[in-house]
Design a protein around this ligand. Structure first.
Ligand code: HEM
Ligand code: HEM
Length: 187
């Protein structure tokens, strides 16, 4: 139930995490697909992959901060609460996105680390190699990375379609929870 004075949208920190990480993930997806089409070992595939890994590992570092903040801050109230089923479906979809946001960079890390490849962060430093160099492990990491990337692409597509449906067809408050109208974003 909504209480007077209670926010009906995610707070600034949660919105910041959501939109920053959405941008990083969309760019990482595009760069990963582009790199996959290039011949291994050639330029600009190497440079693109260095940026891809740096962005992906940034997502991995931000995720626990976002998740813990989300657990502490909770979710905003609804002006018009959805049905129980709709709320459960949305929560499951969001949990799936959180899981994929973890598994995708972890599998990319295993693929690169076990393959003996670099783990750069924008040329500033390199991440430690926490797994042994092992061809079979690297191949497994690649297989997982490939299929988890497909999974994320599909669930993300559904997420964006669901939001578009709320925004343009039902014209309800869902989009405003993550993108409040001007003047509404007090926190
Ligand atoms: C690019 C277009 C995107 C739009 C328009 C969008 C929009 C939204 C909106 C409106 C919500 C609030 C939904 C609600 O309160 O029920 C939301 C939540 C969420 N979105 Fe997105 N989103 C986008 C991209 C992404 C991406 C790329 C990811 C990550 C892969 C993502 C992950 C999430 C998660 C995990 C939540 C739940 C937040 C929470 O409760 O902690 N979104 N999104
Ligand atoms: C948000 C995080 C990430 C996303 C969305 C993502 C997405 C993708 C996608 C879509 C591909 C193309 C897959 C294919 O068609 O073969 C790809 C390839 C790749 N990713 Fe990622 N990735 C992420 C994180 C990482 C990380 C953290 C690393 C390593 C540290 C990494 C290493 C690679 C490599 C090396 C390839 C090239 C595969 C190949 O063609 O051999 N990725 N990634």
């Amino acid at each position: 139930m909504s209480r007077p004075g209670r926010a009906f949208h995610y707070d600034r920190v949660q919105r910041g995490f959501h939109w920053l990480m959405a941008a990083l993930i969309v760019v990482a997806l595009a760069l990963g697909i582009y790199a996959a089409w290039q011949v291994p070992g050639t330029s600009p595939r190497r440079e693109i992959l260095d940026i891809h890994k740096s962005i992906g590992l940034t997502v991995l570092l931000l995720l626990p901060l976002r998740f813990v903040y989300r657990l502490v801050a909770g979710e905003p109230a609804y002006r018009a609460p959805p049905s129980r089923h709709a709320h459960i479906a949305a929560t499951l979809a969001h949990l799936t996105l959180y899981a994929l946001m973890l598994l995708l960079p972890v599998s990319g890390y295993v693929y690169s680390a076990a393959g003996g490849y670099g783990l750069p962060w924008f040329g500033v430093f390199s991440f430690p190699r926490l797994v042994p160099v092992d061809k079979a492990l690297s191949q497994a990491g690649y297989g997982a990375h490939y299929w988890i990337a497909w999974g994320l692409g599909i669930v993300l597509g559904l997420h964006v379609l669901a939001v578009a449906w709320h925004a343009w067809i039902r014209r309800d408050e869902v989009m405003g929870r993550m993108w409040p109208a001007r003047g509404d974003a007090s926190v």
